[in-house]
Design a protein around this ligand. Sequence first.
Ligand SMILES: [Zn+2]
Length: 401
Amino acid sequence: MRRVHLAGPASRSDLANYTGLNRSTVGDLVAELTALGLVHERAGVRGVPGRPSPIVAANPNGITVLALEIFNDSIAAAVIGLGGRILARARAERARDGSSPEATVARLAGICRTLLEGRADQPPIQAISVAVAGVVRRTDGDLVVGPNLGWRDVPLADLIRTSLSLGVPVFTGNDADLATLAEHLRGAGIGCDDFVCLWGEVGVGAGIIAGGRPLSGRSGFAGEVGHLPLSPEGRLCHCGARGCWETEVGEDALLRRAGRAGSGGPLVVDLILAMADAGDPVAISAIESSGRWLAIGLAALIHTLNPERIALGGFFATILPYARDALTAALGELAIEPLAVATIVPARLGADGPLIGAAELAFEHWLDDPASVPLIDRPEWSSAADRRVAAKEVDATRLAI
Ligand SMILES: [Zn+2]
């Protein structure tokens, strides 16, 4: 199930090779997953010696997750099915007006209802999973602090559970951690056991994969690299400290240096890049400065973590083509030579990364035991065994990355 979910359709014989199980066992397992509605099979390719091996593919509607995103400038919702397929998606701008968690979640719930109404003829969603721009506690999924949202101690999972009333488990995670999970499983970090994904918008955070596992720290707070104190005499940060990395490298820093302080969002960033394309010296200098400040923090991460690959996502992916020369030159001066070989690449999943990662957080819970999945009442099930399987509900305990 995990193989076809993450890597796409595979023949039964490929699955036998991958799992080391014999073909009849693979056949039995595929039959069970087909009965559960989690995979489809289609005829294999002819023209190879012997009988063609059937192709097994994840059924996107077999399990669907409602993935949500709460950023400073935007909120979004998507229905994501097995195989990582985005089946429906809606995004809306969020004004930086200090709106409360309750007001933001109520607006997000409205978007979700519209999204789900459009899928009224499809099986119901099986979980909700939220990516939020803030520090999320692993034990209870609460938002401890979202410095740029201006939120503190928000029982986010409970708020969303109550607001949407769907009666399904709710998972929560930090936006950068979930973008990293998505990139590691499906994007720029596939097959890379020592991987960092730096995610930048107004705030800056990182997800860290070390030795193939997410590095979470004692309470799940690891990766708050935007608040590394890299400029001690510098500006006041939203977190209350002075000189955090994000005050020099986040979106606001670029806008400030380009003479656009007070504005914000992707359109303004695009405008600055267009000005750089047109040769505007202020825009070019602002971007180069972002590149140099990126290098300062990346050197700290490289020396601490020795990653093989670093993916830059969000706002950083947008400016990377423009900032790469300044970044590379500064990194060459700052990083010890053998360590500077870490490859720096743009994140591959674009703005959907945090949503896809949120869905994977929920899928992960089931992939360990796909037979525990079905919560959907399928009329075609007749045997008592099928009904027993259907009765096994997933634990509604909140989990957070
Ligand atoms: Zn800070």
